[in-house]
Design a protein around this ligand. Structure first.
Ligand code: MLT
Ligand code: MN
Ligand code: ZN
Length: 291
């Protein structure tokens, strides 16, 4: 299996267009590397690739990734479709970039498929260019030489769908097992709390890509000076997940979906040093994991 971390930040990216926090200022000046919004691509057979989430930065993410380049025919692409972990805009808007692409499939939890019709009708808009196949991501299925297992995570609805009465799960994680190599990758970019049974999921993985949105729950307020800015916003902070991750030293553990206020974006911060001491990583956009 190959997995490409196409983007590694939370909604807004790094730097975020309207943010003057000290980290965004340093990214704008080039002192820290800019990063795009969370998105993954996976393949088991090396020829068929699936996006996992579709970020608003998808056009530049695809252009920067030789493994996902079009060809050999003039309109051939190795991209077969996208799996969604949730219906958040930073995970869904990239579908608009794929409009007109022939033969693509989207697989998502039922609640997400509903939201993308009932609250934010991306489905009708996209299907007006070229119809996609919209399929429920049921408990387990195969794509591109990978067995995909759906792991229900939470019922956190996007703000635009807060009034929806559709049953969850609204947020899932995915486990990808390479049917040939046996390698297992778990992708969980939106984790409100440590779900029941997640210990077993992590223990069975070779590599875990985990929600690292906030280092600490107080971060939004202290970085932006906003009194209301507390907010775990449905994301378990690193200070709480890191001690749990330390119990799995044999698993490669990588934080992703970092918010622009997160001190882990600065490799010279004390927080980054603690992470390295725990054997847990933050990696650059474009990093390829092979299992
Ligand atoms: C989230 O991850 O909590 C959402 O993407 C937030 C947002 O984009 O507004
Ligand atoms: Mn997000
Ligand atoms: Zn910022």
């Amino acid at each position: 299996m190959k997995a490409v971390l196409l983007g590694t930040t939370a909604g807004g990216g790094f730097p975020q267009w309207n943010c003057a926090c000290s980290l965004c200022v340093r990214a704008r000046s080039g002192e820290l590397p800019a990063r795009s919004q969370d998105c993954l691509a996976v393949t088991g057979n090396g020829t068929d690739w699936w996006l996992v989430n579709a970020s608003p930065d998808l056009r530049t993410q695809l252009a920067a990734c030789p493994l996902l380049a079009p060809g050999p025919g003039p309109r051939d692409t190795p991209v077969r479709g996208a799996l969604f972990t949730d219906a958040e805009l930073d995970h869904a808007l990239g579908l608009l970039t794929l409009r007109g692409g022939a033969g693509l499939t989207v697989r998502a939890p039922d609640a997400v498929l509903h939201a993308l019709r009932d609250q934010f009708d991306l489905r009708t808009v996209i299907d007006g260019y070229a119809p996609l196949e919209w399929r429920s991501a049921e408990s387990s299925f195969e794509v591109a030489g990978l067995r995909v297992t759906v792991i229900p995570v939470s019922d956190k609805r996007p703000k635009y769908a807060r009034s929806s009465t559709v049953d969850g799960p609204w947020v899932v994680a995915y486990s990808f097992e390479d049917l040939a190599s046996g390698g297992v990758l778990v992708y969980a970019p939106c984790l409100a709390s440590w779900p029941d049974g997640f210990d077993e999921v992590v223990a069975g993985a070779d590599c875990l890509l985990l929600d690292g949105t906030f280092y600490a729950g107080s971060e939004m307020g202290s970085a932006t000076g906003s009194a209301s800015g507390q907010a775990f916003m449905g994301h378990l902070p690193v200070v709480e997940s890191l001690p749990l991750l330390e119990r799995f030293p044999d698993v490669r553990r990588i934080y992703t979906h970092l918010n622009n206020t997160n001190p882990l974006l600065d490799p010279s911060s004390p927080e980054s040093a603690s992470l390295r001491a725990a054997g847990v990583e933050v990696v650059a956009d474009g990093t390829v994991v092979e299992l």
